[in-house]
Design a protein around this ligand. Structure first.
Ligand code: MD6
Ligand code: FE
Length: 202
């Protein structure tokens, strides 16, 4: 089922349980090579999510700023983006272009993500695709400028969101996660994957 909320295309239950499980298995492999880290914003505040990435570039933040980087903070290169994840990107966007980055955000109990824009990429005509796995999360969508009305929906495990067109630069965030609401991840929690084209160069 697809719905559109404020320009965000939301594909409810896009992945069935078996597809979710095999994606989580693939992600365990990725995370064994590129472990989750707790990022620190340039202001010195630790973020509540833990982060890693796959692909040619990962998004990182530390005291010196935030940026796309071709290596994990520990120095290793990022693992390849698993095929089943790439296949979601190609199917929902209809694009041949492969994304440069699959950002992996892990939400434990109490983690959230403040309202933000995704604007560190070179070309905003490419969409951003997000995949939710595990616990339910309250996703808030706003406007291309800060403030104004917002609208929230619950994202459940297996849901896919495409942020393109006018919504590409809209503010959005995760207000809260219902800890333990999904049995997918052994110890609870939520994984969100965002797939992005970072630069137009090939
Ligand atoms: C999340 N998602 O769902 C946070 N960004 O945990 C995002 O920040 C996001 O869902 C760009 C496009 C879609 C998203
Ligand atoms: Fe985002």
């Amino acid at each position: 089922m697809k719905l559109t909320v404020r320009g965000f295309d939301v594909f409810k239950k896009y992945l069935n349980r078996a597809a979710q499980e095999s994606m989580v298995e693939d992600l365990r492999g990725v995370l064994s090579e590129a472990p989750l880290v707790q990022p620190v914003t340039p202001s010195g505040k630790p973020m509540s999510v833990r982060m890693s990435a796959a692909g040619s570039l990962g998004w990182i933040t530390d005291r010196t700023g935030y940026r796309y980087a071709d290596r994990h903070p520990s120095g290793g290169s990022w693992p390849d983006i698993p095929e089943d994840i790439l296949s979601v990107w190609h199917t929902v966007t209809g694009l041949d272009r492969v994304p440069d980055c699959c950002l992996i955000n892990w939400y434990g109990e109490g983690a959230r993500m403040g309202l933000h824009q995704d604007k560190d990429e070179g070309d905003f005509s490419w969409p951003v695709v997000s995949i939710s796995l595990g616990d339910d999360a309250l996703f808030r969508m706003g406007n291309v400028t800060r403030g104004g009305k917002t609208e929230s929906i619950w994202l459940n495990s297996g849901d896919v969101v495409v942020m393109g067109g006018e919504a590409r630069l809209a503010y959005h965030g995760i207000d809260r996660v219902k800890h333990g609401s999904s049995p997918l991840l052994r110890n609870g929690g939520r994984i969100n994957l965002t797939l992005r084209v970072v630069s137009d160069a090939t």
